[in-house]
Ligand binder design. Sequence first.
Ligand code: SAM
Length: 241
Amino acid sequence: MLEINKIYNMDCMEGIKLLEDKSIDLVIIDPPYKLTLSNRIYTKIFNKYANDLLNLKDGFDLRILDVLIPKMKKINIYIYCSKRQVKELLEYFMSKDCNYEILTWHKMNPSPLINNNYLPDTEYVVFAREKGVRLNGNYHTKRKYYISGTNQTDKKKYKHPTIKPLAFIENHIINSSNEGDLILDCFAGSGTTLVGAINQNRNFIGFEINKEYYEIAQTRINEAINSKRQASADEKTRNKL
Ligand SMILES: C[S@@+](CC[C@H](N)C(=O)[O-])C[C@H]1O[C@@H](n2cnc3c(N)ncnc32)[C@H](O)[C@@H]1O
């Protein structure tokens, strides 16, 4: 059995087995993407992150979902993915009679892609939920799209090549869980989902296989907990004045 509100430096295929059945309220994952770009174009677009990205790509296998689903109270999951993965993910969840949405993250300043392609300015998130799972949130958190820059500041700050926007992930959390719920991210990277869970008063469990990224995520988690404590201390002081 695993303690909650922790990230574990381990392969999620091992970690998921240690989770109690029907214990997770919401899963948010951003597994390594399936990409088709050649190494040469890849290096051109992502320059200094190219090697890291090449190590990350192609690691996701749909069979992970078969292992994950029994751990969820009900299917309630966001999966960041490439365009190529959307079809297989939708087919998978349709076969489970789920409702679904395709959400998008649009980047305003993508690298200019040469040749015969549209710009690489969109990332996809497949959201699937079993019938009966509620969607909370409001007019703003329920937009299907999120627009931002390419996250260069966060990439530099947290040294992860595929860090996702915290605000977008917090919207998923607000929309698809309640305070005190347990959220799982088994490809935690720099810990964005876990920080979002802390900010939104949810519990979390994370897995990250890479030691360096695990340590970055651990630092972010500690920072998020400390700033939450500070905010609540400040609030108490204000109320006393
Ligand atoms: C796309 S990144 C996640 C980035 C994250 N969403 C963020 O905002 O920082 C995917 C992460 O999954 C990790 N990973 C890959 N295979 C894994 C496995 N079998 N178990 C746990 N983590 C894994 C990689 O090391 C990488 O950091």
